[in-house]
Design a protein. Structure first.
Length: 148
């Protein structure tokens, strides 16, 4: 059997594509395991509405993605316009007074309150107090999470 230049070129392309695909699989994010996150070591990022601290984002043993962050929302401002997304999330209010859009209705909440935003349901959050509101956001994706 004679191998032509064309055969060699096709084989080289297929081999390169295969190696790239294998490398891409190997480059997937490592699983988040047993962890601690020191508040004093989280990077503070100023935003137009306050500030944010990213905690973690990646897969776990049971979740396709776990993402956590902490937001500080300045008085009189909203984190963003009402929106929805396929992933579910929990919002845990540390300080301040907020209103959360839940089932089409604004609910006033104080420190210690918890908000569950369901998949693909419109929600929003606004600071209605005189001091910054700080809250932790925990959201996740699984194989059951609807596609975007």
């Amino acid at each position: 059997m004679i191998i032509t230049r064309r055969d060699f070129a096709v084989g080289l392309v297929v081999m390169t594509a295969t190696l790239a695909a294998v490398a891409g699989v190997g480059a997937a994010s490592p699983l988040i395991g047993e962890s601690v996150y020191d508040w004093n070591k989280l990077t503070v990022v100023k935003t137009p509405v306050g500030e944010s601290r990213a905690v973690v984002k990646g897969p776990t043993a049971t979740l396709d993605e776990l993402e956590m962050h902490v937001t500080t929302l300045n008085p009189g401002l909203a984190s963003h316009p009402p929106h929805k997304h396929p992933n579910e999330e929990l919002v845990l209010l540390d300080t301040g007074t907020v209103e959360a859009l839940v089932n089409g209705e604004w609910k006033r909440l104080g420190p210690g309150s918890i908000i569950f935003n369901a998949s693909n349901v419109t929600h929003a959050l606004r600071n209605v107090g005189n001091t910054p509101a700080q809250y932790h956001v925990i959201n996740w994706r699984t194989d059951k999470t609807p596609k975007e």
